[in-house]
Design a protein around this ligand. Structure first.
Ligand SMILES: *[C@@H]1O[C@H](CO)[C@@H](O)[C@H](O)[C@H]1NC(C)=O
Ligand SMILES: *[C@@H]1O[C@H](CO)[C@@H](O)[C@H](O)[C@H]1NC(C)=O
Length: 455
């Protein structure tokens, strides 16, 4: 047994050295990214409507045993379809199938008896087992994606606008009206473990409300006052998630049930920031000071928590997981691991922040300086767009952003496969194989790097 471990260690050491010597230059990184973009796009498509499933079924993963992820989650499907909508190599048929499947699930018989039912079977019927219900981020993510798809079709002169108005829009309105009705009620979080009020859920709800105001004003006149008011109320509620005491955004308030997470740190806070970046309103956006403070707190926490981060090669970024108290190992409960989508979210956030700074500059202050001090030595004050000082800061932030991509490259399989997690001790992949969301998160990050942002 000891010899096996020794060999493993030697192997790790050798691969680390080899990786280090070839992976530092940018052309090499860009080459890998472009290859991985293609693989991820193909893998996502392998997970859509696999044999024996209803059209428009987006599997969370093809893994059917240990763990069984062969279902479609409203959340995962919406987030993946959102990424696909921004890629012009995505066929309209794929998006049409997604929409039709989702419309059907809205009227499926569910245990929740509500639109927050989290997951559905391969034939489109709802999952009836015990589960955390409702999960009210799902309808919000779906609404956002529906509006993006409708906009893509209307802007591109898609033939069948009548179909959009007669089928897509009524289903969209169901989700929007549901949000108006339930936004202040407790629901389960995106990790399906905690009943309470969640920053992430409220952030995507607010985006759905604001997007709908713009959408209906541009395309189909409908009364939007209620949506505008709801967005306003949600924003007020969201302000309260900032903790002066901790110096970061708390993920959940009023935990009623489920996993206890005393730190309040959760990468979902950053996923939320990335998800709303395209609104460009600076409200808990990637470049905003409170989000940057949360980035720093999360990274610090995972850096000390995961043994793999203690021996990390210089050119790699910190391995990032969901939240420090996590005990889900991808199969069972023991200890939590880093996740690919969480690591990719760091790259994406850094590039989205850079984009924001290019527009409005950066104010380095008491709140965000903990983030900037990890990047380079920097003083408080305002860094104006186009200034040398800001450009220097952007350059250093890009280097830091790329390190997280290198971490992904280092821990994924050689053939471009990415599971859900990678082991906190030795970095080997763990959990559901080729999680669809892992691949969508990679594409999101890669697009942010090339400034072709997912909307
Ligand atoms: C694909 O998108 C890019 C911009 O992201 C655009 O320049 C190009 O024309 C698009 N191609 C097609 C075939 O629509
Ligand atoms: C890719 O590599 C992983 C890990 O080695 C393996 O489990 C998987 O089957 C491979 N996928 C393909 C398509 O070869």
């Amino acid at each position: 047994m000891f010899a096996v471990y020794l060999n493993l260690l030697l192997l790790l050491l050798i691969t680390t050295l080899v990786h280090q010597s070839v992976q530092d230059n940018t052309p090499d990184l860009d080459h890998w990214i472009s290859k991985q973009d293609t693989i991820s796009f193909q893998t996502i498509h392998q997970n859509i409507n696999p044999y024996g499933t209803k059209r428009g079924f987006f599997a969370a993963s093809l893994s059917t045993y240990r763990p069984d992820y062969f279902y479609t989650w409203t959340r995962d499907a919406a987030l993946v379809a959102r990424v696909l909508t921004s890629l012009n190599e995505t066929s309209d048929d794929t998006l049409m199938d997604y929409i039709q499947f989702q419309i059907d699930t809205q009227s499926a018989d569910t245990r929740c008896g509500c639109l927050g039912e989290p997951k559905f079977n391969t034939d489109g019927s709802s999952y009836r087992g015990t589960w955390g219900r409702p999960q009210n981020d799902g309808p919000a993510e779906r609404a956002v994606t529906f509006m993006l798809i409708a906009t893509r079709w209307i802007d591109n002169g898609y033939q069948d606008t009548a179909w959009i108005y007669n089928h897509l829009v009524p289903s969209l309105v169901k989700d929007l009206d549901y949000i108006v009705k339930v936004w202040y009620q407790d629901s389960f979080d995106l990790w399906e473990e905690v009943l309470g009020t969640h920053f992430y859920t409220l952030m995507v709800m607010r985006r759905a409300m604001l997007d709908s105001v713009g959408f209906f004003n541009s395309y189909e006149k409908r009364p939007v006052d209620e949506y505008r008011l709801t967005a306003h109320l949600i924003a007020k509620r969201l302000e309260g998630f900032w903790s002066v005491e901790h110096g970061y955004v708390m993920a959940t308030q009023g935990i009623r049930n489920g996993v206890q997470k005393p730190s309040g740190l959760d990468v979902s806070t950053l996923l939320a920031a990335n998800l709303v970046a395209s609104r460009k309103d600076g409200f808990f956006s990637p470049g905003s000071d409170k989000i940057l403070a949360t980035v720093a707190a999360l990274e610090k926490s995972f850096k000390s928590l995961y043994p793999i981060n203690h021996q990390q090669a210089q050119n790699l970024g910190t391995c990032i997981g969901r939240y420090p108290e996590d005990i889900y190992d991808g199969y069972d409960t023991s200890v939590g691991n880093p996740w690919f989508l969480a690591t990719a979210a760091f790259t994406e956030l850094y590039y989205l922040a850079i984009e924001e700074w290019k527009q409005v500059g950066v104010e380095v202050n008491d709140i965000n300086q903990v983030f900037f001090s990890n990047i380079m030595q920097i003083e408080h004050g305002y860094y104006a767009p186009q200034s040398n000082r800001l450009n220097q800061l952007i350059g250093a932030t890009q280097v830091a952003a790329n390190r997280f991509l290198k971490t992904i490259r280092f821990h994924q399989a050689n053939n471009g496969s990415m599971s859900e997690q990678y082991d906190r001790y030795i970095g080997y992949m763990a959990g559901a194989r080729d999680l669809t969301w892992s691949h969508a998160a990679f594409i999101s990050a890669s697009r942010a790097k090339s400034e072709r942002f997912i909307q």
